[in-house]
Write a protein of this length. Structure first.
Lengths: 120, 636, 149
């Protein structure tokens, strides 16, 4: 069975690209969220095997979403998607419970590596 | 990975974010102390940065990054949140520069993106905030070494073994990566004496090498394997076992599966539309066949296919519908800039943003609207001094509104300015020989026609509309080409309103099919007011032209046989007159007969030289033979 | 053969004239189709035809080449779709019949020359097939001016 993924990013462009990368590698993108609030709601509803999470999103940022999701499911596997220059935020996200991170611009191979690590 | 497939999406989404930036900047300008706009602008710019970096547009990403820096300072209240006008103007300019850089980059000419000047300006602005600002993204809490998980309760024997980890030199964000390695280590035992200090690790203040003591029962090879799998790890050494050196593995098992979402390429939508057009044509042929054969089986099938194709057609037309805000959203910025340049305060309002139009029409609408809005600010509105003298509030008002009408959308641009002085335009038009000397007043309609004449320059003599001609000419041509109309209403001292009426969709329209001789012509129903029988209503002559009087209105007549040069055969004794209408203008078209109404697919064709300028395209009839579509605008 | 200098030509007959067009501009060969007159268009334009849903303007070959009107319009006749302006536009051209598809060495074609009754601007070269002369038409010069730019 292929792993299910929830892709969270406020940019369709980014969601499209991440979804394409994952879908081509055989993952099933079961949902997309464009805000932190949506990410939390969809996590609860879809219980995906993996979440990719943008840090900067409207209404609730990615880090708060990580806190909410791990509160609901301590085993949630969340991969942060970060831009260069956000190390402090990534640190915060990892302390909040994110399992790993990838840095934009994305290279498919690096995204897939990180996903494998997170799914362990 | 082929990124070109994402270029369009990148461009489309960047535009949305830029549009949001402009909206928020305007809001910020109006309410300099409001906390919300800066956060939104920061997010928009940040998103553009991430997308641009992914596309490999380094200059766009760089510019966005510098903007983000400045915004971050503002966001964090370095400037007390209240943005100074100079900073706002800089951000407006930077947004413009970003838009340009995005455009040329997406067009494959990144080298033409000139961001050096604006980047320097942004950096200087950041410098001004820098001294009294904490470093951005200060870690929220002093990072403590990851606490050992309580369940690892193996006997702690001294500090354990020394573990040295080297991250790959190219690894991005080494600090967070080190943190992940430490977290994994904490899953194996007790971590202590992290070198360099965790704070330095998180601040990226190290060269990618760090070490710590790990106490616990985990065998060395397990430690190496676990930590090497933390990502971007080049080497792990465990002291009491000098040998194990692991390199991280890569590779993803490929399981099959499919995504549930789909995205539709715009071109595909166009192709689909073409094919639906073909289907509609074939449906017409089938209906014809069913009528000829009188076979109930064929009849049933024809009805079923009719219904299916009608549904399909409605769906696809709906898929092409785009809300007008996609074009309107850039106008507040445009009007603001113009108003600033001209020193005229303007309250600009947009209504009916959610009204939808076929994307093909909407794409073409930007330019004409820009012309009309420019006119409204530049010529429609008076200066604040003049307004005060006229007893108006000094701030002028412009309203851009979209309203759905039956089969069309009306878009109006209304100003509360000085209005157009008809007497002066009339005098000018008569002086230029555009109108007969005996015309005494200009109707709205005549006024528009005069104003829209290419080269009708009112210059200084008629200040109220100086230069208006050019813009209206351009707008009129474009709107006509889209099968739409323009009307004008104006009142001296009160203001001027232009109303554009556009078909909701271009591709498929309902049309009346008229016979002229042995030829068939289609006439979109949007413009058909009514039909009457020729000769039943009184015929008269107005200014040498044949006309009929219809309910007290004189309607000029056109014999399509003559106009289109149809010869042969006597015209039938009883002939219909199709009255077409556009705004206030009406004309009666005398045809030989009516062949009914049907949906037609509008297609373009390469018109030969000399083709009469009264066709808006052609369509393929049920029998597969083309018929030309009459253009109401050209006939009136 | 097989060398670089081979020219492929579509040879067709219009009235008494045997003509050829470069094969690379020939998009399709179709039977004569029902045309719809375009009011105002010059007389050489036969009208508009429907080619599988696309509208194409058709030029009457005999009129364009100054040939006498065919005595009686017999069934048959052919419409050749030609690309003009470097493939930008497609235009139809009616001919009496398509005769042959030839691959000839370029040097066997004589450069354009005056031919009785034919505007030299429309002639690119003259070739020979089974001892019969044929005119290689400059289709852009012949058909380009028909359409508005």
């Amino acid at each position: 069975m292929s792993h299910s993924v929830l892709v969270c990013d406020d940019a369709i462009f980014m969601r499209t690209m991440i979804s394409d990368i994952l879908a081509q590698a055989g993952f099933e993108v079961v949902g997309e969220a464009e805000t932190g609030v949506q990410a939390v709601d969809k996590y609860k509803q879809l219980k995906p095997d993996l979440v990719t999470m943008d840090i900067v999103m409207p209404d609730m940022g990615g880090i708060d979403a990580v806190r909410e999701i791990t509160k609901f499911d301590p085993d949630a596997k969340i991969l942060m998607c970060s831009a260069m220059g956000q190390q402090a935020l990534v640190v915060e996200a990892i302390q909040a419970g994110a399992k790993d991170f990838v840095v934009k611009p994305f290279q498919p191979s690096r995204v897939l590596e990180a996903v494998q690590r997170v799914l362990g | 990975m082929d990124l070109s497939q994402y270029a369009e999406l990148f461009l489309a989404e960047s535009r949305e974010h830029l549009s949001a930036c402009n909206q928020l900047l305007l809001e910020w300008e109006r309410h300099p102390a409001a906390p919300e706009p800066v956060g939104g602008i920061f997010r928009a710019v940040h998103t553009v940065k991430g997308m641009a970096a992914t596309m490999g547009y380094a200059r766009v990403a760089d510019l966005a990054h510098r903007m983000e820096n400045l915004l971050d300072h503002l966001r964090r209240g370095a400037a007390g949140r209240r943005a100074g006008d100079d900073v706002l103007q800089l951000l407006f300019r930077a947004t413009d520069a970003l838009e340009k850089a995005i455009q040329v980059s997406a067009a494959g000419r990144e080298q033409d993106a000139d961001v050096v000047g604006i980047v320097a300006e942004l950096d200087r602005a950041v410098q001004r905030f820098a001294p009294d600002t904490a470093p951005r993204h200060a870690p929220p809490s002093p990072p403590s070494p990851p606490s050992p998980p309580p369940e690892v309760s193996a006997p702690v024997v001294g500090p354990g073994r020394r573990v040295r980890v080297t991250l790959r030199p190219e690894a991005p964000l080494k600090g967070p990566r080190a943190l992940i390695v430490l977290k994994r280590a904490a899953g194996l035992g007790t971590v202590s004496q992290v070198q360099p200090q965790p704070a330095a690790l998180e601040a990226e203040d190290f060269e990618g090498q760090f070490s710590f003591w790990l106490a616990g029962p985990a065998p060395a090879d397990l430690v190496v394997a676990t930590l090497a799998a933390a990502g971007d790890v080049e080497e792990v050494r465990v002291d009491d076992d000098a040998a194990p050196v692991a390199r991280a593995e890569t590779g993803a098992p490929l399981e099959s599966g499919k995504a549930r979402h789909i995205r539709v390429d715009l071109r595909r939508l166009d192709a689909l539309m073409d094919q639906i057009g073909e289907l509609v044509t074939a449906r017409g042929r089938l209906n014809q066949l069913a009528a000829e054969r009188r076979d109930p089986m064929i009849d049933d099938l024809a009805i079923q296919i009719s219904r299916l194709s009608a549904d399909l057609q409605a769906e696809i037309i709906q898929a092409r519908m785009t809300p007008v805000w996609q074009v309107f959203d850039r106008f507040p910025r445009l009007v603001r800039d113009l108003a600033r340049d001209l020193g005229k305060p303007v309250a600009f309002r947009v209504e009916g943003k959610e009204i939808e139009l076929d994307r093909a029409i909407l794409d073409e609408l930007g330019d004409p609207l820009v012309h009309l809005l420019r006119n409204a600010v530049d010529h429609g509105l008076e200066t604040p001094a003049d307004r005060r003298r006229a007893g108006k509030k000094p701030e002028g008002e412009i309203v851009l509104a979209a309203v759905r009408e039956r089969a069309s959308v009306a878009i109006s641009i209304a100003d509360d300015g000085r209005g157009i002085d008809r007497a002066r335009i009339l005098a000018k038009a008569q002086a230029e020989g555009l109108l007969d000397a005996h015309v005494e007043t200009l109707s709205d309609d005549q006024l528009l026609r005069v104003l829209a004449r290419p080269g009708f320059s009112t210059a200084a003599a008629v200040t109220s509309v100086s230069g208006r001609g050019v813009g209206i000419d351009v707008a009129m041509t474009k709107i006509r080409a889209l099968g739409g109309t323009i009307d004008i209403r104006t009142e001296v001292g009160k203001g001027t309103t232009f109303v554009l009426r556009l078909p909701v969709t271009l591709a498929i329209v309902r049309a009346l099919i008229a016979a002229v001789g042995r030829e068939r012509y289609a006439l979109p129903l949007t413009y058909v007011a009514e039909t009457v029988e020729f000769g039943v209503v009184p015929i008269t002559t107005v200014e040498g032209r044949e006309a009929m009087v219809l309910r007290d209105r004189v309607v000029p007549l056109v014999h399509l046989r003559q106009l289109l040069g149809v010869n042969g055969d006597q015209p039938p004794a009883r002939r219909p007159v199709i009255v077409i209408e556009m705004g206030e203008r009406r004309t009666g078209l005398i045809v030989d007969g009516m062949l009914g109404q049907q949906e037609i697919v509008v297609k373009a064709f390469d018109a030969p030289r000399g083709t009469l300028p009264v066709f808006s395209g052609a369509t393929i009839m049920g029998d597969g033979v083309p018929a030309l579509i009459l253009d109401a605008g050209g006939l009136l | 053969m097989g060398d670089a200098q081979v020219v492929r030509l579509l040879v067709f007959r219009v009235g008494s004239l045997t003509c050829a067009a470069a094969a690379e501009v020939v998009r399709e060969i179709l039977p004569r189709l029902d045309t719809t007159r375009i009011p105002g268009a010059p007389p050489v334009v036969a009208g508009l035809v429907n080619v599988r849903g696309t509208l194409v303007t058709v030029v009457e070959g005999w009129k364009a080449l100054g040939q006498p009107e065919p005595a009686a319009r017999t069934e048959g006749g052919t419409t050749v779709l030609l690309q003009i302006g470097g493939g930008q536009k497609t235009i139809g051209f009616t001919v009496d019949e398509v005769v042959d598809m030839l691959a000839v060495a370029e040097e066997t074609l004589e450069p354009r020359q005056a031919l009785p009754g034919l505007d030299p601007k429309l002639v690119r070269a003259v070739g020979r097939r089974r001892d019969q002369l044929f005119v290689v038409l400059d289709t852009d010069a012949l058909l380009g001016p028909v359409l508005t730019t």
